[in-house]
Structure formats: structure tokens, C-alpha cells
Design a protein. Structure first.
Length: 205
């Protein structure tokens, strides 16, 4: 990578990070060093590299401390996003889901979510997984948060959660990390079916 390309990519990384203005110079230097390391073009001694790594880590910690967390998604935005992505009316979404900060919960009684524990668990996974992904913009979805809601609704089975309940749900897949949930192209069908189940709708409705 030539110098101009290196500097261009480093500056793009700084701009995308949203680092506050006073820290941009340090962040830019850290980005340049990281790109050089990725290219394997550095010929410095290992001792020098260790010192540089410490400096970059210190800069990263400083940036994380000084950069405010992203604003929380408001309830109205959450439901607007989810309606747009799923095609389900906001009124129906509000009848089955609740947002409290960053916690998504399912409001209908567990008995209304399916005729057995497996169906109930899959309904909760689809509702919460879809809502966190498309309503909150979480990518990948925190599978721990989804599991916590399945447990709260008393339809969690440790031995079956991953291999049967989640595995048989089309459009929702385990990510590379065991605590990640990734949505596939068929998530809308599963999500819509889960909403209808939670509302007590039948195919004849």
C-alpha cells in the first residue's frame, strides 16, 4: 500500500469512528500504525513494536472514555423501524412487544405463544430476535438477551434451546460467536408468524 492510500484509509477510519476533534490526531496516528501492521510493512524491532502497541492501547482507552455512548433508540423509533422492516402494523407490534431501555420483552401470556414449550420458545426467539435486530439495529443480535426473555416467559429448555428450538427456526441462526444471533432472509416470515401466534390470529383471519 502506497503512502497516500495508507493516509486516506486511516483518515476514513477516524471519520467513521466519530472520535471527538481533540482526539483525532492521536486516533489518526493509531490508525496509520494499525494499517501498517496489517500490511506487514513495518521493520521496527519487536521492542519498538511493543511500545507502540502500548501507546495505541492507551489511545484507544482514552478515545473510549471520552467518546459518549450512542444515543438509545426511542420507543417510537424502535416501533417505526420494526414496522418498516417487517411490514407488520405498529399497532400489532405494540400489542406483543415492549421496549424498556434496551430490553425487549414479549407481553402476551406464554400459553398464547404456542401449544407446547417448543412452539412458545420459537415464538419468543423470533419476536425478540427480530425486534432487537430491526428495531434496535443490533447486528449481530445478543443471543443472551434473547435467551433471557425465553427464560422469563418460562419456556426455556437448556438441552433443546440451541439444537432444536433455535435450529428449527428459519431465518434465525447462531453466529460465529456462541452468544450471537444472525438473521437470514427468511426472518420476516418467521417474525410475522410469531406476531400472529401471539395475537391469537389463525390462517382464516
Amino acid at each position: 500500500m502506497d503512502t497516500s492510500e495508507l493516509l486516506r484509509r486511516a483518515w476514513e477510519a477516524v471519520e467513521k469512528s466519530g472520535v471527538p476533534e481533540p482526539l483525532r490526531e492521536a486516533a489518526f496516528q493509531a490508525a496509520v500504525e494499525d494499517l501498517r501492521a496489517q500490511e506487514g510493512g513495518s521493520t521496527r524491532s519487536s521492542a519498538t513494536k511493543d511500545v507502540s502497541a502500548k501507546d495505541r492501547n492507551k489511545t484507544a482507552r482514552k478515545i473510549n472514555e471520552d467518546t459518549p455512548p450512542p444515543p438509545a433508540t426511542s420507543e417510537s423509533t424502535f416501533f417505526e423501524n420494526l414496522e418498516h422492516e417487517s411490514g407488520v402494523a405498529e399497532k400489532e407490534l405494540r400489542d406483543v412487544l415492549r421496549l424498556d431501555g434496551t430490553t425487549v420483552t414479549v407481553t402476551p401470556a406464554t400459553k398464547d405463544l404456542g401449544s407446547n414449550v417448543a412452539e412458545q420458545a420459537r415464538t419468543v426467539i423470533a419476536l425478540v430476535g427480530g425486534a432487537r435486530s430491526r428495531g434496535l439495529g443490533e447486528d449481530p443480535v445478543d443471543l443472551g438477551a434473547v435467551r433471557a426473555e425465553v427464560q422469563r416467559k418460562r419456556c426455556y429448555q437448556d438441552n433443546n434451546f440451541s439444537n432444536k428450538h433455535l435450529a428449527e427456526l428459519k431465518g434465525f441462526n447462531r453466529g460465529p460467536n456462541r452468544n450471537e444471533l444472525v438473521l437470514g432472509s427468511k426472518w420476516v416470515d418467521a417474525f410475522t408468524a410469531a406476531v400472529r401466534q401471539a395475537l391469537g390470529h389463525t390462517d382464516a383471519d
